[in-house]
Design a protein around this ligand. Structure first.
Ligand code: ZN
Length: 180
């Protein structure tokens, strides 16, 4: 019987090349976003990864949780911090389907996240590149590496599907704005 390396020691599986790894985890984040879509929330999903493993995930859910801070990134960071028993997530990468808002960029700094990888830009509230460049502020005591545009078309399509649904249901976009 032939036994592969993955069966003996799955953690020894060679790491995927960076581009593939980003796409892999962004797909996991978009699965989270789809859960948000199914729940009637603006579909944004996030996954926190460290040492090649997911340690926290979440989707945008301010309506169902009655919590204005329940953006996907915050939900995922809270889950990750609980999982590792530390509010600092040094060395972690946060994957999120849409460019984060100002609140979430602040949370990334508080958590000491090493790298942010996002999918689609958010022209109305994106605080990384679109509306402002909050993470570039010289006064910040922590630097976050930024990779944007991973699976951008797929992430954007999820948002567009949501707003198409809302429009056909007769609601305005403004009512549900600000979920990045
Ligand atoms: Zn946010």
């Amino acid at each position: 019987m032939k036994i592969g390396m993955a069966e003996i020691a799955p953690w020894l599986t060679p790491a995927l090349p960076t581009g593939h790894e980003h796409a892999h985890w962004m797909r996991a984040a978009s699965d989270e976003a789809r859960r948000g879509l199914d729940a009637g929330e603006v579909p944004v999903g996030a996954v926190v990864v460290r040492d090649g493993r997911p340690i926290g995930a979440g989707f945008n859910q301010p309506i169902r949780s009655g919590d204005p801070t329940a953006h996907a990134e915050i939900v995922a960071l809270r889950a990750a911090a609980r999982a590792v028993g530390n509010y600092r997530l040094t060395g972690a990468t946060l994957y999120v389907t849409v460019e984060p808002c100002l609140m979430c960029t602040g949370a990334l700094v508080h958590a000491r996240v090493a790298t942010l990888v996002y999918g689609a830009p958010e022209p109305r509230s994106g605080a990384v590149r679109s509306v402002m460049r909050a993470l570039d502020h010289p006064a910040l005591n922590h630097r976050v590496d930024i990779v944007g545009g991973v699976l951008e078309a797929e992430c954007r399509e999820l948002m567009q599907a949501f707003f198409r649904q809302r429009r056909s249901a007769g609601s305005s976009r403004e009512e549900v704005a600000g979920a990045g």
